[in-house]
Design a protein around this ligand. Sequence first.
Ligand code: NDP
Length: 403
Amino acid sequence: MSNKKNIAILGSTGSIGTQALDVIRANEDKFTVEVLTANGNADLLIKQALEFNPNVVVIADENKYQFVKDALNPHDIKVYSSNKAIADVVQMNTVDLVLTAIVGYAGLESTLSAIKAGKQIALANKETLVVAGDIVTQLAKEKGVNLYPVDSEHSAIFQCLAGEFHNPIEKIYLTASGGPFRGKDISYLSTVTKEQALKHPNWEMGAKITIDSASLMNKGLEVIEAKWLFGLRPEQIDVIVHPQSIVHSIVQFTDGSMKAQMGLPDMKLPIQYAMAYPDRIKSNFTRFNFLDYPQLTFEPVDTKTFRNLVFAFDAMKKGGNAACILNAANEIAVAAFLKDKIGFLQMSDIVEQCLQTIDFIVKPTYEDYVETDKKTRIKALEMIKSPSRPSQRGGAVANKKNN
Ligand code: NDP
């Protein structure tokens, strides 16, 4: 019998997905690719399938199905289409671990489906926990499923907790690079373009998370993700700006001792750690040199300018469907910003107004989350289509810019 782990990579054509395949390529004795999925990038999905020879590929966009099917026809690879198919194939007996690297709310259904089938999860799709963290973590508990964090900050916390799981956490510090607009003020942010926002100083990532990093929404989502992953109270989570992105996060224990995990910013490390847990695999990733970084610095977050982090903390404290509203509004706002339909600051305005106007539900069911997501998207889209309604901070400027 093989000791290899059979991996399903959901979102294999994205930034996390392709780096996961790099890890697998370097460790073919430890992992095999069982499932690959993409949304619409058929060419890359086919290329990956031809190299890794998975049992199954799924292309969510049904218009691309025939193209992928024809390309893989001569090979012994099953091809399916639709998001429902992604949720189905993760339950196959042959899958040991599911890497959830679909971006956004779209990753929720397949993650829940994998947990229901008792599959171990390497979790990159943070939105899953932001939207429905209570349901996801409760189900994981019931099914005996571990959620291994892929996000570098949460991987850092997880690595610091090795051997400490019985010791209570006093507090965690999530580090934030501050993004490309660290130190900038509102008037500067009112004119920034998507090209500027897409230039992250330390990490190369997909477009949505790169914009989230620039607006600090990413850190907000991570705060909520941390609450669910590590069972923390809101007051146990703090954020500190660390522009070098070398200290990936810090745990403070009840005796005051702090543990940090460090390394060069390279997502392959946390991806590999999540896939190989509890083992560490020898790698040839570039090693950190202290003399290249004579100063590691830390500073407070400017929450007056980057309001998204405040919204996320508030949503976490409020509970219920608040974080689901936050996430849906943000997804619509980021997509609009990427299409030059709104300005940078207007993204926060949309999130804020959706949080103020969408019905709050104290104890949502799964169906309530689905409904909340839908309603919030409609509301956010209305706000984008009716720019005459002035938004509080960035709207007027943003509209001028787009006229
Ligand atoms: P990308 O945008 O690079 O990739 C997203 C992947 O999801 C692609 O394979 C895409 O397919 C697929 N996808 C998108 N929409 C759908 C959909 N509706 N149905 C099915 N599949 C879909 O994202 P990232 O890799 O950057 O991020 C993935 C997740 O990991 C996010 O939740 C992000 O927050 C998290 N994460 C990412 C990090 C990073 O360094 N990139 C770091 C930490 C966390 P296609 O290519 O065909 O469009």
